[in-house]
Every structure is written in C-alpha cells, then in structure tokens.
Write a protein that binds this ligand. Sequence first.
Ligand SMILES: [Zn+2]
Length: 170
Amino acid sequence: MSVLGNNRYQCQICNRIIDSWDGAPMCDHELRIFVPGRPLPKQSARFGKGRSWQPKEKTQYKKTVELFVREAWLKAGKPKYESPFSVRLDFVFAWPKSTKKALRDTYAWRTSRPDLDNLTKMCLDSLSLLIPEDSAVVELWLTKRNGPADKEGVTITIMNSRPHDTDDDT
Ligand SMILES: [Zn+2]
C-alpha cells in the first residue's frame, strides 16, 4: 500500500484510493480483519536457550486472532494473496477507567505499554495462514491509540505490494 496521509492510502496493484480504515474492504488485493478485545503483546521467552514459552493467556489470544483471520478469509472467498506483503496494524485500547468521561470516546496516541513492536510480533505470528513467512512482509504501517471501549481491538489489513519492488537476489 502507499500511505497518503489523513487515513488515506492507495492500492499498489489497482491504484484505488481508499479513504478510511473503518469502511468496508475496497479492492480484491486487500483483506481487512477486525479482532475485538484487548490486544496482547508477544514477549520474549522467559526460560533457557532455545525454549520458547508464552503464558496461556497469550497462546489463547494468538488462537483468537488466527480464528478471526481464517473466518475473514473464508468469507472473502478464500482469495490468494502473494508475496510481497504489505501489512497495516491499527491497535486500539480502551482508555483507563480513571480517564475523564468526555475523553473516553475520543482517539489519541497511546504512549504507555504494551510496546508497539511486541504487539506487532504477536499479530504477524498469527497471520501464518495468509503469510507463511514473515520475511515476505516488505511494508509495515503501525498505529497504537487509545479509543472508545467498543473499538478496542486490532484492525489487520493485508495487501499485496507491487511485485516489481521485490528484490529476489538475496
Ligand atoms: Zn487493489
């Protein structure tokens, strides 16, 4: 995708300009999935070398994301997406309870934890159905905001990138 600013971007395959992240899917080169619920980060392994361990809560969250991805993909008619991939992840967290009521329906950058890179890792790990190798992701567009409680979750947008930008030499 090409990001144009002001929540607009352009499909690199069909050149369609998309105005918002919240509307319906707009072209065949894209799949957008909203996964409701508080996004969880991946964390680095806790125990010894070569052994990866994640708390049950995180394993469960990963399964949830995978389920939503599968469902959206089936609903879209099992489209085939090909490398290289462009991925956009928009994370929204409900405001803390202590936030003034007037603010709770607004959006603002979230500068507290969890870290955006760890949230991203968790999501990319959950996309293996559509993106078997993370190395095929050539563009990432990421946001982390606080927002209304009913918007809490992550919106995953997967797009094909322009193939001729691929560098297959390495
Ligand atoms: Zn397109």
